[in-house]
Design a protein around this ligand. Structure first.
Ligand code: CO8
Length: 258
């Protein structure tokens, strides 16, 4: 891959957005690489959690690639937007939980990438924003939809219309990120969280993710009915038997992921 790095550390897959000279801006080639990588990760049962981070010192991702978009026709821009949306939807619905470890700029498509992850951990130096209106465009990789779902309609509209950058503490206050941590500890804390997640029953974690993602788009009675189905499904796993047996025997569970 030209624009991404991928490494596996135990059962954690670590994706690094790797165009630091362009502050990891998302061009079509990067989105296609991410698409292929996510397809591979989705079917890799050895990977139980994923972390996405930005390469270099300055940025998580500073947006979609403006130089590539500059001369696009309306139809080309529409296809580019659809490519980004497809990849971010795939990321959001990846079976494994995904943590964004965000340092530096997460602007435009970078903020949209972070919002498609399950959990966002920001360094104290991270900056967030949807500055698209300053370029004469709207967000196009799901930002107008995921931002209000995370922070509410009014705050989302302010961020979208005003376009200001906000710092990590403000992003935390608004519910855009889960935690703010010192720059030097960002990856250590992200990996510790991922390790804690992977120590639990992987099928149960994946079903929790599916329940939240699917249920949020349903009426409450349908969503709770869906929850009952997947709760029942857990009892078809070896891990449910092991988890409850271990509790009764007062020992640590040893999950097989089945
Ligand atoms: N695209 C392309 N190149 C970029 C981008 C970007 N989004 N951001 C930074 N770069 C490049 C710069 O051009 C520069 O390149 P070079 O060294 O060759 O001149 C290099 O990265 C370093 O950037 P700066 O020199 O500007 O660094 P500063 O520290 O001075 O500033 C900023 C950092 C504030 C992050 C500044 O680079 C900036 O404002 N970047 C653009 C941020 C932005 O507007 N992002 C939103 C882009 S639009 C978008 O994401 C829409 C998504 C949906 C698309 C749907 C398509 C249909």
């Amino acid at each position: 891959m030209e624009n991404l790095l991928y490494e596996k550390s135990d059962s954690i897959g670590i994706i690094t957005m790797n165009r630091p000279k362009a502050l990891n801006a998302l061009n079509a080639a990067t989105l296609r690489e991410l698409d292929s990588l996510l397809t591979a990760i989705a079917s890799d049962s050895a990977v139980k959690a994923v972390i996405i981070r930005g390469g270099g010192e300055k940025a998580f991702v500073a947006g979609a690639d403006i130089t590539e978009m500059q001369s696009m026709s309306a139809m080309e821009a529409r296809s580019f937007g659809k490519l980004g949306q497809m990849v971010f939807n795939k990321l959001e619905n990846l079976p494994q939980p995904v943590i964004a470890a965000i340092h530096g700029f997460a602007l435009g498509g970078g903020c949209e990438l972070a919002m498609a992850c399950d959990i966002r951990i920001a360094s104290e130096k991270a900056k967030f924003g949807q500055p698209e209106v300053m370029l004469g465009v709207t967000p196009g990789f799901g930002g107008t939809q995921r931002l209000p779902r995370l922070v509410g309609k009014g705050i989302a509209k302010e961020l979208l219309f005003v376009g200001d950058q906000i710092d990590a503490l403000e992003a935390y206050r608004l519910g855009l990120v889960n935690r703010v941590v010192p720059v030097a500890s960002l990856m250590e804390i992200a990996i510790a969280m991922a390790n804690k997640i992977v120590s639990h029953a992987p099928v149960a974690v994946q079903l929790c993710k599916a329940a939240v993602n699917e249920g949020m788009d349903m009426a409450l009675d349908s969503a709770t009915a869906y929850e009952a189905e997947i709760f029942g499904l857990c009892f078809a796993t070896i891990d449910q038997k092991e988890g409850m047996q271990a509790f009764v025997e007062k020992r640590k569970a040893n999950f097989a992921g089945k």
